[in-house]
Design a protein around this ligand. Sequence first.
Ligand code: SF4
Ligand code: SF4
Length: 169
Amino acid sequence: MSESAFATKYRLRAYRKKKVLTAFLKKLSKNQPKSARPLILAAQKEAWKQVDCIACGNCCRTMTPTWKKTEVKRLAEHLGMTYQEFFDKWLFIDEATGDIVNTTQPCQFFDMEKGLCGVYELRPHDCATFPHMYRRDFFDQTEVYTANLHRCPATLVAMEALEKAMRTP
Ligand code: SF4
Ligand code: SF4
């Protein structure tokens, strides 16, 4: 599935910044400075100021959420399906992780024309919190953020802003 022009622009930028940001995140994970907390929050705010998820949709187009059983049940009921019908139609268990994930990408609920989630109010928690930058264990997630630099413009902008803030005396 091809990405949006918006996502392509950020992906190319991520490739240019990859070396610097990967080294920065590795160091951050090792040092875990408490003083970085307010800077992390500011960097996240900056990301959401700059990035419009509707122009991107990369997570819905190219990744899968992890579904909780209760979320499958809730959405199946909403669609008038049984848990098993919903599961058989759209999901499988990833053998490597044991997670319930989508069979195909883009996500079956992504409206390609509008760039919107068709089940927004009932979307999985994993979707609602992606790209997971508000976690308490932020410093332990740096490998995930590194992997998402070229996939998620919001992650890229947040890490760029954080690197800049921590570099500036
Ligand atoms: S459920 Fe909605 S938000 Fe989650 S991946 Fe699918 S389309 Fe995107
Ligand atoms: S969360 Fe990231 S990948 Fe998903 S739509 Fe927003 S910017 Fe794009």
